[in-house]
Design a protein around this ligand. Structure first.
Ligand SMILES: [Zn+2]
Length: 110
């Protein structure tokens, strides 16, 4: 029996847990879960397995650099192909854009 490094109270148990990336469930993987705080740890071998599954499902490392351009009085953000394909968005589609803080914003696809 191992104690949890996070809360120092709970006992860590070996369990199969669901792993989700970008809303896509990749299945169940071996993990060590704290019965007290729920801290979930995957070992290195399992992380490699998760990464492999995520790549197969096309949900690994979907982030891309882009540049803000101008369009009349507003600015526009070019959306990279990898994002377009993942979100399945099209020209003319309405989205909601909102700031999350001073450095980040999100675009919600309706
Ligand atoms: Zn814990």
């Amino acid at each position: 029996m191992e104690k949890c490094d996070e809360c120092n109270k709970g006992i860590v148990e070996k369990k199969k847990v669901d792993y989700e990336v970008l809303g896509v469930n990749l299945g169940k993987f071996d993990a060590f879960v704290c019965a007290n705080c729920g801290e979930t740890i995957f070992d290195g071998k399992t992380m490699v397995e998760i990464e492999k599954k995520a790549k197969q499902q096309g949900v690994w490392g979907i982030a891309a650099k882009t540049t803000i351009g101008t369009s009349g009085n507003s600015l526009d953000v070019k959306i990279p192909k990898v994002i377009i394909e993942f979100l399945n968005i099209k020209k003319g589609q309405q989205v909601i854009i909102e700031p999350l803080d001073k450095k980040r914003f999100q675009v919600i696809v309706g």
